[in-house]
Design a protein around this ligand. Structure first.
Ligand code: NDP
Ligand code: MG
Length: 405
């Protein structure tokens, strides 16, 4: 007989200590992960910390952990020049892994690590997600791009090794919490909420002329620059639709997006009988990070308590794909499958970098991605090498499109 949900014994899910390898330690998710580790030092320790090039920030994190009695075992800097600097840093020097992919792979498969937190931004996050999956780790996954460009590759590696993915993305964490103990056969559809970003009430005409500082001014979340731009175009929600499709194995016709400007309801599951389950809370990434690194346990900590009376009401509206074409483009690429989502992501990363560099405008982002998708043929993707090669080609193409604007 099936046990009712409240009788599930989770005691075996709580190890005495979870050891973490933290990729993207110097970023927005990385820093919040460190704070959570330090606030719950009886639960977590950190084996490895990794960053792209921010040597002094990484050194400060190693110092902070050491001062709290939690010294790291190893550290990694991806960029070769920054790696040479790190080799002279007294805190990092003796613990430094090789630069580049080699060191990132070691970090993602560190033997004593239980949980790999992948908080790298962009396509660079895919190889370590696969390495962690192949090594049977629990992956607390913030790097949604891994699933967008290598969904099948990642899920095959997870299924083949007994690894586990617990999403950090707040919407997918909400879905995981609503789905906990359930079967997907009970599910009618998934509803992802979206804040709508800073331009929710801009007209199509207003959107032709927005300043970069307005793009970077997200109303509810404080995040790294790339995801902040993605949130302003709704590409972030598009990537999340693909992420939900990969994680929960559900068709695109069963994934709905609702704009919910307050970012209080983090997502919902609609079950076959019409029942809706939602996960609510203050918009605070510490909740999904804590939930993911502790292996789906609701520990003490997280965010401030939500005051529902003070909140008073919850508002929802339909997203406008005419004003925010990136959402449509992402769904179309998801449905096309194969290489299409790699091209979508690569072109988006080039467009976002170009916007941040001041060489294009907000309104050009969707145009660049659409052109890149139109100019490439969709093929099936069978290996990491092939995914990386398509990613590189799509970046070259998008760079040419940017230059031709
Ligand atoms: P940030 O830009 O703040 O941080 C990115 C981190 O990745 C930094 O530590 C950076 O190192 C490192 N990094 C960048 N490029 C590489 C590379 N090529 N190889 C290795 N490491 C690299 O990003 P966020 O923390 O905002 O986002 C991280 C991921 O989490 C993204 O995929 C994002 O979509 C997702 N996410 C983020 C949320 C948020 O609230 N921030 C919410 C939900 C999902 P360095 O500092 O040295 O450059
Ligand atoms: Mg999200």
């Amino acid at each position: 007989m099936k046990k009712p949900l409240y009788a599930i014994d989770t005691s075996n899910r709580i190890p005495e200590q979870t050891s973490i390898s933290l990729l993207g330690a110097t970023g927005s998710i990385g820093e919040q992960t460190i704070d959570i580790v330090l606030e719950n030092s009886e639960l977590f320790s950190v084996d490895v910390i990794s960053a792209y090039s921010k040597v002094s920030e990484l050194s400060a994190i190693a110092d902070k952990l050491s001062a709290a009695g939690k010294p790291i075992s190893a550290c990694h800097i991806y960029d070769a020049d920054a790696h040479a600097l790190a080799a002279k840093d007294p805190v990092l020097a003796g613990k430094l892994l090789p630069a580049g992919d080699e060191g990132l792979q070691i970090a993602a498969s560190w033997e004593s690590t239980d949980t790999v937190v992948n908080a790298v931004v962009g396509a660079a996050g895919l190889p370590p997600t696969i390495t962690a999956a192949e090594n049977g780790k629990r992956i607390a996954l913030a790097n949604k791009e891994s699933l967008v460009i290598g969904g099948d590759l990642v899920m095959n590696a997870v299924n083949g090794s007994g690894a586990e993915i617990v999403p950090i993305d707040s919407e997918h964490s909400a879905l995981a919490q609503c789905l906990y103990g359930r079967s997907m056969s009970e599910v009618d559809s998934l509803i992802l909420t979206a804040s709508g970003g800073p331009f929710l009430n801009h007209t199509a005409e207003d959107l032709q002329n927005v300043a970069l500082k307005e793009v970077l001014n997200h109303p509810t979340w404080n995040m790294g620059q790339k995801i902040t731009v993605d949130s302003a175009t709704l590409m972030n929600k598009g990537l999340e639709v693909i992420e939900a499709h990969v994680l929960y194995g559900i068709g695109y016709d069963k994934i709905e997006v609702l704009v919910h400007p307050g970012s209080i309801v983090h997502s919902l599951v609609r079950f076959n009988d019409g029942s809706l389950l939602a996960q609510l809370g203050e918009p605070d990434m510490r909740v999904p990070i804590l939930y993911a690194i502790s292996g789906e346990i609701h520990h003490h900590g997280g965010s401030d308590r939500l005051d529902l009376v003070k909140l008073g009401q919850l508002n929802f509206e339909k997203p406008d794909e005419a004003r925010f074409p990136c959402l449509r483009l992402a769904k179309e690429a998801g449905i096309a499958g194969g290489s299409a989502t790699i091209v979508l992501n690569g072109a988006n990363e080039i467009a976002v970098a170009s916007l941040l560099a001041g060489s294009i405008e907000y309104k050009d982002i969707a145009l660049i991605i659409e052109k890149a998708l139109e100019q490439t043929e969709v093929v099936s993707v069978d290996s990491l090498e092939q995914a990386i090669s398509i990613d590189r080609k799509s970046r070259i193409l998008a760079t040419e499109i940017v230059a031709g604007l």
